[in-house]
Design a protein around this ligand. Structure first.
Ligand code: ITT
Length: 184
């Protein structure tokens, strides 16, 4: 099976390529713009994205909508993560949490696939905490401020380790299960 990963985010594409390689599914990365609706859940955004791309004639592709949900901010930035990353950045998020003791947060990822005209969806999440200071130069987006073990940020660990615990890694594993069921 071959899938086109459609994303403007190079960091996501690199993680998908690595994770799918282990599953024997070959993926290519293409970046084509599509309408991302504003909605309350990642799932709604992905469903609408799959429909929009299919309407443009795309097939056998995968898209990802993900976000960082911070407990003490009532789940913000959540579905607004892309906008917040572009505007406030990690420094702005750390400022919002300055002096806050509850640093719990969750990364969530929803992936949607078109496989020969059929939609397959899967989700994954990853609990952790927001560090006091950004650290590390690997990964992308919020990686330098998010940690699972309370010590090393996602930007300081190898990508394979991140994929083994991350929201995207979990979504990919769930997606692989759905694809297996479908192809059986
Ligand atoms: P596409 O929609 O084109 O795929 P995007 O970067 O706009 O790319 P989203 O709309 O899903 O992606 O926005 C999610 C935001 O959360 C974005 O700023 C990402 O950098 C960030 N993000 C998502 N997954 C992440 C991860 O694994 N590590 C760090 N930041 C992440």
């Amino acid at each position: 099976m071959r899938l086109n990963v459609i994303t403007s985010n190079q960091g996501k594409a690199v993680e998908f390529k690595a994770a799918f390689k282990d599953l024997g599914i070959s993926v290519s990365h293409i970046s084509i713009p599509y309408d991302e609706i504003q909605a309350d859940t990642l799932e709604e955004v992905v469903r609408a994205g799959v429909a929009a791309l299919r309407a443009e004639g795309q097939s056998n592709f995968l898209i990802d909508d993900s976000g960082l949900f911070i407990d003490s901010l009532g789940g913000f930035p959540g579905v607004y993560s892309s906008y917040v990353q572009k505007t406030l950045g990690n420094a702005g998020v750390l400022k919002l949490l300055h002096g806050t003791r509850d640093r719990g947060a969750e990364f969530r990822c929803c992936v949607g696939c078109d496989v020969d005209g059929k939609t397959v969806m899967a989700s994954g999440s990853c609990r952790g905490t927001i560090l006091e200071n950004a650290s590390g130069s690997g990964g992308f987006g919020f990686d330098p401020i998010f940690t699972v073990d309370g010590v090393k940020s996602f930007a300081e660990i190898p990508m394979a380790l991140k994929n083994s615990v991350s929201h995207r890694g979990a979504a990919i594993a769930n997606l692989a299960g759905e694809l297996r069921k479908m192809l059986r």
